[in-house]
Each structure stands twice: as structure tokens, then as C-alpha cells.
Design a binder for this molecule. Structure first.
Ligand code: ZN
Length: 191
């Protein structure tokens, strides 16, 4: 069952950055804005903690000390980087793995038919390079994973949901630019 069929009230949210630019024609560039430097660790994260970070390539759980997250850790099984600077496409199993790794998981609920989702995709991708390794970014195709979007009560797309320790801690509907995504996520995790 598709999201459209399941939720006929689903709406597509216009990009915030187009409104901010004060222009009616489509803009893919957010207004220039300074991005705060990445924090070394997350608030509430003990640097002596060891996380179990799932490999994006082979799914193996890798024990990584929080203090070593920024040292380009590689998977002990397949030897590929644990962080690639890009969002991961998540199915239900992948979602469960990454939602409980100890790292916050920022999920973009999207669909191929959604224009604003397509507009936001490169911004979300670029945000991954800035937010990793303190935040894992993933994408859930609401058409392919209706159970996940149903579980989170997704009514409009794109919607970003920030998950920590398996629980939602914040959400934001509507397309955003790269810097907005980064600042929003960091703000939620700092508060
Ligand atoms: Zn691996």
C-alpha cells in the first residue's frame, strides 16, 4: 500500500529556502550562512564510551571508542570506511541497526514522486559530510518501507526525524538547505 493510498492527506511541503530567498522561482541554493564548526563530541556522550557502529557496507557491528569516531574508523570485517560522508538507504532492518548504535540517526523520509524531496536530496547528502561521524544520516523511501513511515506517523514529505537510542527526539517537516539541516540537527542534539 502506498503512502498516497494509505494517507490521502499527505501533502508536499515547499522548500523553506525558496521562501527565505524571497523569490518565486525555484532555487536549489540556500542563502549563504555560516555553519558552526563541528563539535568534537555530542553533549551527553561520554568520550570513554565505546559505541557499536554498524558498517554501512557489510552491516557488521564495530566497536568504536567515542573518542576515536573522528579518526576515520574502518570496518574490522570488510575494511571499508564506517563513515562515507553520504546518507545510507535504510530498509527496516538497516533502520533498526543504525537507530540503536549509540549514534544519533537523522532520517529523511522521502519518495521518488515528491519534488521537494528531490530538491532537498543533495542538501541532505551534503549535510552528511558535515554531521558525520557524530550523527548517522539515513534515507527511508516511504513507498518501499510503508511500515516504517506508518510507525513514525509520517504525514508529509520530506520529513526529517532525529532518533537517538531507538526513540524519536525531534522532527521537522519540509525541505531544508544543507546548513539548515546541520544547524537544526546540532541544535536538537545540544539542547
Ligand atoms: Zn564492513
Amino acid at each position: 500500500m502506498s503512502l498516497r493510498a494509505a494517507a490521502p492527506v499527505a501533502t508536499v511541503v515547499e522548500p523553506l529556502f525558496a521562501q527565505e530567498a524571497g523569490s518565486s522561482h525555484a532555487s536549489f541554493a540556500p542563502p549563504p550562512r555560516r555553519v558552526d564548526p563541528a563539535p568534537a563530541t555530542l553533549r551527553g556522550m561520554d568520550t570513554t564510551t565505546t559505541l557499536t557502529v554498524p558498517c554501512p557496507h557489510c552491516a557488521a557491528g564495530n566497536r568504536v571508542p567515542a573518542a576515536r569516531l573522528a579518526d576515520a574508523p574502518k570496518c574490522g570485517r570488510c575494511h571499508q570506511p564506517l563513515f562515507t560522508g553520504a546518507p545510507l538507504a535504510l530498509d527496516a532492518a538497516g533502520f533498526e541497526r543504525h537507530a540503536r548504535s549509540g549514534l544519533p540517526l537523522l532520517v529523511d523520509f522521502w519518495a521518488a514522486w515528491c519534488g521537494p524531496c528531490q530538491q532537498m536530496a543533495p542538501h541532505f547528502g551534503a549535510a552528511a559530510a558535515l554531521l558525520e561521524p557524530l550523527v548517522r544520516l539515513g534515507k527511508v523511501d516511504t513507498e518501499a518501507e510503508p511500515a516504517l513511515s506508518g510507525r513514525f506517523g509520517i504525514r508529509s514529505i520530506p520529513t526529517l526525524v532525529l532518533v537517538r537510542d531507538g526513540r524519536e527526539i525531534a522532527r521537522q517537516a519540509g525541505a531544508m538547505g544543507r546548513d539548515q539541516i546541520v544547524q537544526w540537527a546540532r541544535g536538537q542534539l545540544a539542547s
